[in-house]
Design a protein around this ligand. Structure first.
Ligand SMILES: [Zn+2]
Length: 135
């Protein structure tokens, strides 16, 4: 009799664990892992990266010598790893995967902006705010 109660407790515990696991998976999918990064160079969107889909490290260069930024995309996020601008502020902003503040290289007019697409495909508040300010 006592053994049956223990089996029941084990089964209920296992069931709760499985429920928690699925709830966690569901929340994780809806979370910040859905972030998209937009690379904007001289006013044009040159590339849009779905950061949740990045599996390997990749880097590429934007612009001509004297006006160049090397951007790295990895599962950890996106950032400018080297630039020939004088202030180097863009490089110091590091690798990021989300956030309301864009990564910006002012001298080269390059920015990396983060947007969170909502399930219905519309843009988030951060991007809507930019549309209002006209940036
Ligand atoms: Zn810079």
């Amino acid at each position: 009799m006592k053994q049956k109660i223990w089996i029941r407790i084990c089964l209920i515990s296992a069931f709760i664990c499985i429920c928690c696991f699925f709830a966690w998976m569901f929340l994780r999918q809806k979370g910040t892992s859905q972030t998209t990064a937009q690379i904007i160079y001289q006013g044009d969107v040159i590339r849009t990266v779905d950061l949740s889909a990045v599996k390997k490290k990749e880097s590429f260069t934007v612009g001509e010598p004297g006006n160049q930024n090397t951007i790295q995309i990895s599962p950890d996020g996106i950032g400018i790893i080297s630039a020939d601008c004088r202030d180097q502020i863009c490089v110091r902003q590091g690798i990021r995967s989300h956030g309301p503040e864009p990564i910006v290289c002012l001298p080269h007019r390059l920015s990396i902006r983060f947007t969170d697409p909502t399930p219905d495909g519309s843009v988030s508040d951060a991007a809507a705010l930019d549309a209002v300010t006209g940036q």
